[in-house]
Design a protein around this ligand. Structure first.
Ligand code: HEM
Length: 489
C-alpha cells in the first residue's frame, strides 16, 4: 500500500514538473504551444520523420504574423524562433550580436580537444582569437595562391568524369577532399586519379567521407550536438573521432613546408603551437570538404532538372572559354563566370548546408513587442535563439516562387542585403571560408560542364529528399545523375 502511495506521489510530481516545464512561456503570459515532455515541439525530428530545418520551417510558416515565436526545442527547452528580418539583423550583425554571439552547440572540450579549436564551437575571447588566425587564409590574394591546388584537382576530375549513372555527392566529396588535402597540407589524397590509384583505398575517403553521412547513429549525434551535452556523454559522442584526432596530429607533425594553408598558419605572427596547428588543420579540413561537396552535388542536381538554366550556363562557359583560350581555371576566367556563381548561390538558397543557425543568449536583452502590440520579451541568459535559414530561404514574401531554381535572383546583384540569404551566415561569425567554398565548387562546375551536360540518372526520378538524421544537410538516398558529352559552342 505504502509502495503504491509512493508511486502515485512520484507520478503526480513528475506530471506537475512536466506541466510546469511545458507551460514555461504561457506562465510568462506569452502565446506558445504546450511543450511535450522530452520532445518539446519537435516530435517529428525526434522520430526521424523530418529534419530539424523542416520542423523549424513549419513553426515559421504557421506564425506568419509574428516577429518571433516562443516554442520548445528537444528536451522541452524553451527557445525563441526569430522570423523578422530586422530582428535577425540585430542578432547576427547589429546591436544584439554581443548578447548572443555563441553558437548553441555542445562539444565536450576535454574529449574533443581538436574540435574545440573550431571557431564555430569556441566562444568569447577564444572564438575571437581562433577566428583571427583563420581569416587571413582566405583573402583574395591567398585564394590566388590556392588556385593551383584547385586546378590540379580539377584536372584529375576532368579525367574521371563518370560514364553512366553516378552518385553526385560521392563524386563531389572525392573532389573536395582532393582539394582540401592539397590546399591545407600539400598532400595528394588519392581520391581522384587513375583507376588503379582509386581502387587502392584512400584513407581520406575511408575515414572522412562517412563522417557526415546519415546513419543509424547520426540522429543521436545530431541531437547531442545541437541539444544536449548529457546525451553526448551518454553515447560517448565525439565530433572528431579519436583515431582521426591522432591522424590529424600525425599529419601536422609530418608537414614539410610548401605553399599551403598550414604553412601560412605556421608562419603567422602569433607563433602557433603544434596542438593549435592541429586544431586549425582539423577545422579547415572538416569545414572545407563536406559543405562544398554538398553544394556541388545539389547544383548539378538543380541544373539537371532545369534545362534552361543549364543552357545558359553552357552559353557562359563557352563564351568565357573563348576569351581565355579554353582555360576556365584561370583566375580572371573564374571571375567572369557570373552565372555559374549565381547558380551556386541559388542552389545554396534551396539547399542550405545548415538549415538553421542556433545562437545562445550570453547577456540578457529585450526583444521588442510583436506587431500585434503584445509586450516586449526579456531574453534570459542561456536561452537559445533559432534563426531558421531554410524557412527564410523558402519564404515566398522574400523570394517569389521560392521552390524554383532561378539563378537570376543572384545574377545582377550581390547576395541580397539583410538576412534574406544566410547560406554562409552573416555578421562577425559569417563563414570565413566562403571564398574557398565558392572557388572550389565553381571550378569543379566549370570543369564538369564544359564538355558535358548533366541529366537525372533515370527519367521520372523522384525529387531528392533531405535526410532527417544529420546536422549538415544530406540527401536521404543519394543524388543520382549521369553525364552526356556535348560539343562546346
Ligand atoms: C560552400 C561551402 C560552405 C558553406 C555553405 C559554409 C557555410 C557556413 C555557415 C552557414 C557557417 C555558420 C555561420 C554563422 O554562424 O553565422 C559557417 C561557419 C564557418 N565556416 Fe563555412 N561554409 C562553407 C565552406 C567553408 C570552408 C571551405 C571553410 C574553411 C576551409 C569554412 C570554415 C568555416 C568556419 C571556420 C566557420 C566558423 C566561423 C565562426 O564561427 O566564426 N567554411 N560556414
Amino acid at each position: 500500500m505504502l509502495l503504491l502511495l509512493l508511486l502515485f506521489i512520484l507520478l503526480a510530481a513528475t506530471l506537475l514538473v512536466w506541466k510546469r516545464q511545458g507551460n514555461h512561456w504561457r506562465r510568462l503570459g506569452l502565446e506558445a504551444p504546450f511543450g511535450w515532455p522530452l520532445v518539446g515541439n519537435m516530435l517529428d525530428f525526434a522520430l526521424a520523420r523530418r529534419s530539424y530545418g523542416e520542423v523549424y520551417q513549419e513553426i515559421y510558416t504557421q506564425n506568419s504574423g509574428l516577429r518571433y515565436v516562443c516554442f520548445y526545442r528537444l528536451f522541452n527547452e524553451p527557445a525563441i524562433l526569430v522570423r523578422d528580418q530586422e530582428l535577425l539583423r540585430h542578432i547576427l550583425v547589429g546591436s544584439n550580436f554581443a548578447n548572443c554571439a555563441d553558437n548553441a552547440v555542445y562539444v565536450d572540450h576535454q574529449r574533443d580537444v581538436l574540435a574545440s579549436h573550431n571557431p564555430f564551437i569556441a566562444n568569447g575571447n577564444r572564438w575571437r582569437l581562433l577566428r583571427a588566425d583563420l581569416v587571413p587564409l582566405f583573402t583574395p590574394s591567398r585564394m590566388r595562391q590556392t588556385l593551383p591546388h584547385v586546378a590540379q584537382a580539377c584536372q584529375l576530375l576532368r579525367d574521371q568524369v563518370p560514364l553512366g549513372r553516378f552518385e553526385a555527392k560521392d563524386l563531389a566529396t572525392r573532389y573536395t577532399l582532393q582539394v582540401v588535402a592539397s590546399a591545407i597540407f600539400g598532400l595528394d589524397a588519392h581520391c581522384l586519379g587513375s583507376r588503379e590509384k582509386v581502387a587502392s583505398p584512400s584513407r581520406w575517403l575511408e575515414w572522412l567521407a562517412p563522417l557526415f553521412q546519415p546513419s543509424a547513429w547520426s540522429l543521436l549525434e545530431t541531437m547531442s550536438l545541437l541539444h544536449s551535452s548529457r546525451l553526448g556523454r551518454l553515447i560517448g559522442h565525439r565530433y572528431v573521432p579519436l583515431p582521426l584526432q591522432h591522424w590529424f596530429r600525425e599529419l601536422v607533425a609530418a608537414r614539410s613546408g610548401g605553399d599551403n594553408l598550414l604553412q601560412w598558419l605556421a608562419e603567422s605572427k602569433r607563433g602557433l603551437e603544434m596542438e593549435e596547428l592541429a586544431g586549425h588543420a582539423t577545422t579547415l579540413l572538416l569545414e572545407g570538404y563536406e559543405t562544398s561537396a554538398m553544394l556541388l552535388a545539389f547544383v548539378l542536381y538543380e541544373l539537371a532538372l532545369n534545362e534552361e538554366a543549364q543552357q545558359r550556363l553552357h552559353f557562359e562557359l563557352d563564351a568565357v572559354a573563348q576569351r581565355h583560350a579554353g582555360n576556365l581555371l584561370d583566375q580572371v576566367a573564374l571571375g567572369e563566370l557570373r552565372y555559374a556563381e549565381a547558380a551556386l548561390l541559388e542552389a545554396l538558397r534551396l539547399h542550405p548546408a545548415m538549415q538553421a543557425l542556433q545562437k545562445r543568449c550570453t547577456k540578457s536583452f529585450t526583444l521588442p513587442a510583436q506587431k500585434s502590440g503584445a509586450g516586449e520579451l526579456k531574453v534570459h541568459v542561456g536561452t537559445v535563439l533559432v534563426l531558421p535559414v531554410q524557412a527564410i530561404h523558402l519564404d515566398s514574401e522574400l523570394y517569389p516562387a521560392p521552390k524554383e531554381f532561378r539563378p537570376d535572383r543572384f545574377l545582377h546583384q550581390p547576395p541580397p542585403v539583410g538576412c534574406r540569404f544566410l547560406g554562409f551566415g552573416a555578421g562577425p561569425r559569417m563563414c570565413p571560408g566562403m571564398r574557398l567554398g565558392l572557388l572550389q565548387t565553381k571550378a569543379a562546375l566549370a570543369t564538369l560542364l564544359q564538355d558535358h551536360c548533366v541529366l537525372l540518372a533515370d527519367e521520372g526520378q523522384c525529387r531528392v529528399e533531405v535526410s532527417p538524421l544529420t546536422f549538415l544537410t544530406a540527401s536521404r538516398k543519394g543524388i543520382w545523375l549521369r553525364f552526356e558529352r556535348r560539343t562546346p559552342g
